[in-house]
Design a protein around this ligand. Sequence first.
Ligand code: FES
Length: 98
Amino acid sequence: MSDILNSQLLDSKPVRLEKSGHAICVVKIGEEVFAIGDTCSHSEASLAEGEITKNGIECWLHGAEFDLRTGEALSMPATSAVPTYTVICDADGVTIKI
Ligand code: FES
């Protein structure tokens, strides 16, 4: 069974998911789906409430940007990466591997 159904995942609209004690931010952009840690490494805001940017996702609280592929912090005030997760897509939806 998928963690998120395809119908729940809209293009460039981040979704927060909790699985096995992990808070995860899932983002679909075009045909690609990304999953990174949802908790901003600067001050623990939910990245799923942020905005998609050209290079990744921007935290809504203080504006740090994170790379959706690597989890790397691309701008201040965050200096640490967030985790990334493997995504498995099938006909029904998306499963995140912890
Ligand atoms: S909490 Fe995300 S940039 Fe400060």
